[in-house]
Write a protein that binds this ligand. Structure first.
Ligand SMILES: *Cc1c(COP(=O)(O)O)cnc(C)c1O
Length: 392
């Protein structure tokens, strides 16, 4: 048996691929390049990704205030200057004040703070809450409908000693699932209405920073690029969808070559030979048809390897596909390695669960398809406990 410390699964984060993907988006804007590091940097590791991209981007977007404060403390630890950070998720007024004291920008996306605003000024110690207004143009998530802006946001004028309105943004509902952008164009028109309402409300002094495009719109809908891009999934080298890749071919001629950043590896815990007829795993859903060599790997759905991959996926060992047999368990999978020929039962095998090995690869998209979901969910659910190793 291998030492468990040797065989625990881990993620390799390819720094040069991160920089390569960033360079693609740099060419798509004359404005600012922003990256989305929410959900533990889409499972890639907030701190690990931050270190690589910090010097290359203009602004960082996160959902939670905790992540924003983590970025600030990492900057101190690493001796880096403060990068612009915007929290796009909902925060309480107390959190907004705390964030403002650390020069983090926040989003006004609902009326949650309204009743408490008179209490905000003194704890701000002379600072303002630097804010971006979220306009709901058709996703029906956060944000204000354009026609409600004059009435619902009039408090921004009343409390202009509390707020500095720096920008306004929106988020697309349907850029990824289609190759025509009819709904997105309606959303763009709605955004323009919202911006003009906001400008009238805040007149005369305002020059709002506008942002709208996530990865898909950055790639395939140039009018949506505005002043800042908010690149999430494609920073990590993944396409938002097959349709987006197809659209990119049409819009850009040649789709850019995004490079997947993450490789998930695991060493085997046990290798053994079993006779024909042996059952494998819970529920006895797999039975070996012939004498087989099987390998047990210490990775399971706790780590983010979906149970829906049971008897469906394969892993790569020595550049070859080896099937996962039986059910994915909480902390284990079993792989049929008979196809590798003779293996030394005492020497652990290294498997690639996601990523490339020689000519073969298992993409996040492929795992998503097998598990009836999308690449976003596959990477976002990678366990926070997994070791992340940055490689060049
Ligand atoms: C997640 C998110 C993004 C990034 O989306 P991708 O499709 O991953 O690029 C951008 N903007 C908002 C508001 C988001 O929630």
């Amino acid at each position: 048996m291998a030492d468990t410390a040797d065989c625990a699964s881990y993620l390799e984060i390819n720094a040069s691929h991160l920089r390569h993907n960033l360079s693609i988006f740099r060419t798509m804007t004359s404005g600012r390049l922003g990256v989305v590091l929410k959900a533990n940097a889409y499972g890639h590791g907030l701190v690990e990704v931050l270190k690589v991209v910090h010097s290359e981007v203009d602004i960082i977007f996160v959902i939670s205030p905790v992540d924003a404060q983590k970025i600030r403390s990492e900057e101190v630890r690493l001796g880096l200057s403060r990068k612009r950070v915007l929290v796009i998720g909902a925060v309480s007024l107390d959190e907004a004040i705390e964030l403002s004291l650390n020069d983090v920008e926040v989003t006004i996306g609902d009326l949650g703070w309204l009743s408490n605003l008179t209490k905000a000024k003194s704890p701000l110690k002379g600072k303002k809450i630097v804010s971006h207004v979220h306009i709901d143009t058709g996703l029906s998530r956060e944000g204000f409908l354009p026609e409600r802006i004059p009435s619902q946001l009039s408090f921004l004028k009343t409390f202009n000693d509390v707020f500095e309105i720096r920008g306004a943004f929106s988020h697309f509902a349907n850029t990824e699932d289609v190759t025509e952008q009819a709904y997105a164009l309606e959303q763009l028109a709605s955004f323009e209405r919202g911006i003009s309402q906001l400008n009238q409300l805040l007149a005369p002094e305002h020059n709002l920073e506008r942002h709208f495009a996530a990865s898909a719109a950055s790639l395939v809908l140039p009018p949506a690029r505005y002043d800042i891009l908010r690149v999430g999934i494609s920073l990590y080298g993944l396409w938002p969808s097959a349709e987006t890749k197809l659209s990119a071919k049409i819009v850009l001629g040649e789709p850019p070559k995004l490079k997947p950043v993450l490789t998930w590896k695991v060493g085997s815990q046990i290798i053994k030979q079993v006779p024909a007829g042996t059952f494998v795993g819970y529920g006895c859903t797999h039975r070996c048809e012939q004498d087989s060599t099987i390998a047990v790997f210490p990775v399971g759905y706790f780590d983010g390897y979906p149970r829906l991959l049971s008897s469906r996926s394969h892993v790569l060992i020595r550049g070859r596909r080896c099937p996962v047999i039986g059910r994915v368990m909480m902390n284990h999978i079993v792989v049929d390695v008979s196809g590798l020929g003779l293996v030394d039962l005492a020497t652990p095998l290294l498997a690639v669960l996601m990523g490339s090995d020689g000519k073969e690869s298992v993409s996040a998209e492929q795992l998503g398809t097998w598990a009836s979901t999308i690449n976003y969910e596959i990477v976002a659910r990678l366990g926070e406990h997994l070791e992340r190793r940055v490689v060049e």
